[in-house]
Design a protein around this ligand. Structure first.
Ligand SMILES: [Zn+2]
Length: 284
């Protein structure tokens, strides 16, 4: 869904792709080959943060733009899975984040949005699993050219504003009658191609901070503040209520659940989980 083909990559992204490729080939290719017997649809592939951080490009990209960095990493993982003949869809799960990412739920503020954090929590509630349209595919009704648009969860679906293929055609043509309808129409002329859309499995969790001592005895897991955390892909269905996890996540802003008008500006913080590590704790 995010390929190198047909996309003009920036120099930074090219460097990031080769850094991922170097790391995965050198350090993780044997692990990928050992997955040949697995038959899952999606496989969460653990990468240790200290391995990633040993490369300057990966370390700073993961820190500054974790979601984009992982997207490019997943492209490389897909390519390496194919190379090894593994038929699952691999999803990178960076684990073992350093202490600099550790924080607590009550310390999170709006300024932390898009930041990477690592928080120890108790899973309090788990929603039903649901799917959401992550990448929508559109076909131009004039020239049948297809394009995809990455969507945002819990937001209105976005459609393309124009068709590049039609613009090119119009530029090359002198005949005014040849101008495609989609360039003249107030509403762009696109159809959603459902069979080419990508739906991601997701699940919302409600989590509370857990505080524990050095031996892993829980001191407090009933703080008043709770937070929504969203997991996807192979993590759906894995995290169950009353268990403890270290969630490594990107802080996101989400619209209020009970908003009654579309342009409501109120937002709540939420966690987009990039990996979850179970904590072996002893409840009080
Ligand atoms: Zn077109």
């Amino acid at each position: 869904m995010f390929g190198e083909e047909g996309i003009d990559l920036s120099e930074e992204d090219k460097a990031l792709l080769s850094a991922w490729r170097e790391l995965i080939e050198r350090r993780y290719y044997k692990d990928i080959e050992s997955l040949l017997a697995y038959r899952d649809e999606v496989f969460g592939f653990d990468v240790q943060h200290h391995d990633l951080a040993s490369n300057d490009i990966l370390r700073s990209a993961f820190h500054e733009q974790p979601v984009h960095c992982l997207e490019l990493g997943n492209t490389v993982l897909k390519e390496q899975f194919q190379r090894a003949g593994v038929h699952m869809r691999g999803v990178l799960r960076v684990v073992g984040l350093g202490d600099e990412y550790r924080t607590t739920i009550d310390a999170l503020r709006m300024r932390n949005r898009y930041k990477l954090v690592s928080i120890d929590v108790k899973i309090v509630e788990v929603s039903d699993a649901y799917g959401w349209l992550k990448v929508a595919a559109y076909r131009c009704r004039d020239c049948k050219d297809e394009q995809t648009i990455v969507q945002r969860r819990a937001r209105e679906r976005e459609s393309p504003h124009f068709c590049m293929a039609c613009i090119r055609k119009a530029q090359e043509s002198d005949d005014e009658n040849q101008v495609p309808v989609s360039l003249l129409a107030r509403r762009p002329n696109f159809a959603l191609v459902t069979e080419d859309c990508f739906y991601e499995d997701a699940q919302s969790l409600r989590v509370r901070q857990v505080v524990y001592d050095d031996e892993g005895h829980v001191l407090n897991d009933a703080a008043p503040e709770s937070l929504e955390a969203v997991v996807a892909d192979e993590m759906v269905g894995r995290l169950t209520p009353s268990t403890y996890y270290r969630l490594n996540a990107v802080v996101k802003l989400e619209p209020l659940r009970d908003r009654t008008f579309a342009k409501d500006t109120r937002r709540v913080l939420s966690l987009e989980v990039i990996s979850a590590e179970e904590l072996a704790l002893f409840p009080a």
